[in-house]
Design a protein around this ligand. Structure first.
Ligand code: CMX
Length: 137
């Protein structure tokens, strides 16, 4: 598997409305998209910094992954996402062979039209890890 860069860092927040002004007014970044990902039970807001994005995640359902995370740990860094150059499915196959616990056995659709898959934090040194691929590239 070949990783090219950090595609984004996912940050769980209680409220996009409260968090977005911090990133814009204090850090000088520009929110360029807000998107609901129904499948993941989140509303997302995106900022770009270099080649990497910051993805703010507001829960839309207390039983969803971000809803549970906020309930248990509060706001904070939720996951790191790597861009995979040679295909997410290829990466999943390789990692599974090496004994990494997969959350997703096959890529699914994430925000911004990316193909995404998650690795379980219990086998990634405690960091929920996402693999991403832009199918149009
Ligand atoms: N980072 C690190 N550890 C995490 C974690 C996270 N984001 N979320 C949960 N955990 C840990 C918990 O601390 C807990 O550890 P302990 O057993 O040591 O206490 C363990 O995982 C189980 O936690 P849980 O609250 O019972 O949660 P679940 O097992 O139900 O789910 C996970 C955990 C990672 C499998 C689930 O959150 C998941 O499938 N995540 C992938 C999808 C996702 O996160 N979607 C939201 C973002 C979508 C997007 O970016 O668009």
């Amino acid at each position: 598997m070949k990783l090219s860069h950090i595609e984004h860092i996912g940050i769980a927040v209680k409220s996009l409305e409260t968090a977005i002004p911090y990133y814009e007014e204090m850090l000088g970044l520009k929110c360029y998209a807000v998107e609901e990902v129904t499948d993941q039970k989140v509303k997302t807001a995106f900022f770009k910094i270099g080649q990497t994005k910051i993805e703010l995640l507001e829960s839309t359902d207390p039983e969803g992954a971000v809803g549970k995370f906020i309930e248990n740990k509060g706001e904070g860094v939720h996951h790191i996402a790597f861009a995979v150059e040679d295909g997410v499915q290829n990466g999943l196959n390789e990692l599974e062979t090496k004994g990494v616990r997969l959350i997703d056995k096959a890529p699914r659709n994430g925000a911004e039209g990316l193909k995404i898959a998650f690795l379980h934090p219990k086998s990634t040194a405690g960091v929920l890890t996402e693999l991403c691929e832009n199918p149009s590239k």
